[in-house]
Design a binder for this molecule. Structure first.
Ligand code: HEM
Length: 90
């Protein structure tokens, strides 16, 4: 997986709902992509595999990207999200 490629995939596919690591469509907007939120709300906690899972399968109002993005692209966008969260880059 490739963080730079992941940043471009994020801009094209995720930023409409998660610009700046936010979550603009959840009521209360708690389920952001920041470290604390991923640890608290993401099933499996803050790990690349957990991000791969939600991106592939979707959840509630988040669409599934499995079949729309390749597994490689999903892994890249997950590594980008984890890097952004881990080092407080959002
Ligand atoms: C949740 C990543 C695209 C809407 C999440 C979470 C992650 C994530 C990691 C868990 C956040 C947490 O629990 O704190 C991504 C990535 C995307 C993407 C990498 C692009 C490949 C989108 C899009 C939308 C969206 C386009 C809106 C149409 C949501 C919603 C949740 C969510 C509503 C909360 C789901 C729930 O727990 O019920 N997203 N997302 N996401 N995302 Fe996305």
């Amino acid at each position: 997986s490739d963080i730079l490629a992941g940043s471009k995939i994020f801009t094209s596919n995720c930023a409409s709902c998660h610009a700046g690591g936010q979550n603009i469509i959840m009521p209360a907007r708690k389920k952001t992509l920041k470290k604390e939120a991923l640890s608290q709300y993401l099933s499996g906690g803050m790990a690349e595999g957990s991000v791969i899972h939600i991106v592939t399968n979707g959840k509630s109002a988040m669409p599934a990207f499995g079949g729309r993005l390749s597994d490689e692209d999903i892994a890249s966008v997950a590594s980008y999200v984890i890097d952004q969260a881990t080092f407080d880059k959002w």
